[in-house]
Write a protein that binds this ligand. Sequence first.
Ligand SMILES: *Cc1c(COP(=O)(O)O)cnc(C)c1O
Length: 380
Amino acid sequence: MKISKIETVLAQINTPAYVCEEALLEENLKLLKEVSERSGATILLALKGFAFKALAPLVDTYLSGCTCSGLHEAKFAKEFFKGSVCTYSPAYKEEDIDEVIALSEHLIFNSFNQWEKYKHKAMGKTSCGLRLNPEVSSSPVDLYNPCGLYSRLGITKENMQYDKLEGIEGLHFHALCEQDADALEAVLKGFEERFGELISRMKWINFGGGHHITREGYDVEKFITLIRDFRERHNDITVYLEPGEAVGWQTGPLVASVLDIVHNGMDIAILDISAEAHMPDTLAMPYRAQIRGAGELGEKPHVYRLGGPTCLAGDIMGDYTFDAPLHIGDKLIFEDMIHYTIVKNTTFNGVKLPDLAVLRKDGAYEVVSHFGYDEYKRRN
Ligand SMILES: *Cc1c(COP(=O)(O)O)cnc(C)c1O
């Protein structure tokens, strides 16, 4: 059980701020490194879910590099991280491809069109792979189901072109989202049924992300066994994993302040953070954010609807209950707001982007990025 120390620095926090707790991140990284050592898999951080450059040196001490979704993530990986760069994009642009090739140790293509288009540039300069669609997925939400109906992500068995594999050194799949080792087992079975005959011709297989390895209760032993057994079946082939969420999982909160309290049939607190702009998955997935010390309806005596400072009517975090009345200026700790928040946030409606801050292992609170009017101005 990870222990947050955020309350020791709460008074120092100028809200809004995403605060990554170094000690919590390191716990995740240690577990991932252990998985890597015991399974033999190479683990890359998927920048899509967690791109926090101030903590790149810590990530570097435990993981082997980054997985990137295109030119900008690949540039970011090379600039701030030390390990290798693996790039996969649903489609590369002609104007980007030379730079992407130069930056990437692994380059993964999503279709035979793309492979045919760029193979002459890429072969010999980077290790090329194809993303395959194992057509097995139990992803809970369509928005996050890479193997759903009509998915554009990865080549299905029906579209496999066996005569065009010359020069392909690796195969990739990504089929999971916040899932346990059982789900990987099902995907692996589907992958091997469809594409197993190709594996002996490859140098590496990339199992993608979505493995919720650092979540309490995740069956780490089963996961390690699945990878070891796979490698044994396939002549010790190199396996890559590219978790994003599992790296940033429960590594720190978004801290907000109450700006005002209004009444319209119920008490409504207006905060200096926005669900829409700063926690978009709470509306998109959707899910209910956890707030430290707050409860469900009926659990505690004081009920508030919490909303953002934008003019979007639906910019609502939900209804929460508290032990004591809220006051203007109170700080609220929205739990687990590091992964898939910072990478997705916007300046919608001109709202200020929260600071990026780190709670260091020695207890020091450090703001590492601060954003102002310029962010809004540049983007609009
Ligand atoms: C999103 C993504 C990942 C990371 O997924 P998580 O759910 O954050 O672990 C890895 N690989 C690919 C191709 C992705 O699209």
